[in-house]
Design a protein around this ligand. Structure first.
Ligand SMILES: *Cc1c(COP(=O)(O)O)cnc(C)c1O
Length: 390
């Protein structure tokens, strides 16, 4: 299987599997236990926390371990919004967020919170000036993702953070959350002062599914939404996923030593081949301001789903839109927000490259895409011509 769907999930790095093998076999204590086995586990978790904190440019006390990106977003959004006072609370987010942020905000609307959903431009970017125009005295939360999972578009979160920090300096109780799940490990962690809340997920950075992080800056009034023991400084109850946390720490160490040009050169090699061989192919999003690993292409006159299946039959994994919504043939909400028609959105396919892909694999998928698109276009035209003759 040739794998080009790294924005959906990544294979586990062998070094991560090794670290977790040790964890699973030797570090079984409950970190909350007083005895030696417990203290060994506690030490392992705290070593991992320190290493992860330094990678994310926050302090260890600001790292909260969760079960993944979805829980981190839920904790950030509900844990902040439900804890802030006021009966006319307002939040600003965007229509291009992952469902793990969109659905919590939709739930808050049902609970009486006023939510503004900003759009995106044709490049898939959120406009900070527009965001600023929608801020009100009662706005308590802004949530804008760092990098989009479908297009790779990198949002101006440093400017948004500066804006929110300025308002807070002027006395407004307002906090900035950013879903960093796609950005972590691919681009630099936000410089401080960055987002007040920042989500990450292990399985997008070559560690297994089921572990995540919410970085919560000091002083952010977040309350846990899952209640129980006093774990994670009372921000997330539940016995820590010790092997998952140790694996995630190892995974981020590896990301820190990744050569950033590797996936960029693979992605560019792929796009050059496909765009020079085929007509009527457009890039979704802007060539700049996007993750180096992501290529979202619109193949006019081709069903994205049919292309995905044609490539799958040849042992190659790609994606149409978000993995979470595939199965349903709904067009991508992100591409629609960028002004694509339903037809165009349904003709789009996302290729997301990763650490273990090679030039040879890229040449194979580019060749398969070119041949498959030609074939799909030909078979699509044929019945139409017959229909005309009849
Ligand atoms: C994958 C993803 C999530 C969800 O993370 P899980 O760990 O799978 O729950 C959230 N946001 C973005 C942008 C993602 O790509």
């Amino acid at each position: 299987m040739l794998y080009f769907d790294h924005n959906a999930t990544t294979p586990v790095a062998p070094e991560v599997a090794d670290a977790m093998d040790v964890a699973l076999r030797q570090v079984f204590g409950n970190p909350s236990s007083t005895h030696r086995a417990g203290q060994h586990a506690r030490q392992s978790v705290e070593n991992a926390r320190r290493s992860i904190a330094s990678f994310l440019r926050v302090t260890p006390a600001e790292v909260v371990f969760t079960s993944g990106g979805t829980e981190s977003n839920n904790l950030a959004i509900f844990g902040l919004m439900r804890n802030l006072p006021g009966d006319r609370k307002h939040a600003v987010t965007t229509v291009i967020e992952h469902p793990a942020a969109l659905e919590p905000f939709r739930q808050l609307e049902r609970e009486g919170v006023d939510v503004t959903y900003l759009g995106a431009d044709a490049a898939g970017l959120v406009n900070v000036k527009e965001l600023e125009r929608h801020l009100r005295p009662e706005t308590v939360m802004v949530s804008v993702m760092h990098a989009n999972n479908e297009t790779g578009a990198i949002q101006p979160i440093a400017e948004i953070a500066a804006l929110v920090h300025r308002l807070r300096g002027a006395g407004q109780s307002i906090y900035f959350h950013s879903d960093g799940v796609q950005a972590v490990g691919k681009i630099e962690a936000p410089a401080q002062p960055g987002p007040d809340l920042y989500s990450a997920s292990a399985h997008k950075v070559y560690a297994p599914k089921g572990t995540g992080i919410l970085a919560v800056r000091k002083g952010v009034p977040l309350h846990g939404i899952q209640l129980g023991g006093r774990h994670e400084r009372e921000r997330r109850a539940g016995t820590e996923n010790v092997p998952g946390i140790m694996g995630l720490a190892r995974a981020l160490e590896l990301c820190a030593t990744d050569d950033p040009h590797h996936v960029a050169s693979l992605r560019d090699r792929f796009e050059t081949q496909v765009l020079s061989a085929l007509d009527e192919v457009d890039l979704n999003g802007s060539p700049a301001n996007r993750l180096a690993n992501t290529s979202n292409l619109l193949f006019r006159g081709v069903s994205g789903e049919a292309l995905l299946i044609a490539l799958d039959v040849q042992g190659m994994a790609v994606s149409t839109g978000a993995a979470c919504s595939s199965g349903a043939v709904e067009p991508s909400h992100v591409l629609l927000a960028m002004g694509r028609t339903r037809e165009e959105a349904k003709s789009s396919v996302r290729f997301s490259f990763g650490r273990y892909n090679s030039e040879q694999e890229v040449d194979q998928v580019a060749g398969a895409v070119i041949a498959s698109v030609r074939r799909l276009r030909a078979t699509r035209k044929a019945p139409a011509r017959e229909a005309q003759l009849v």
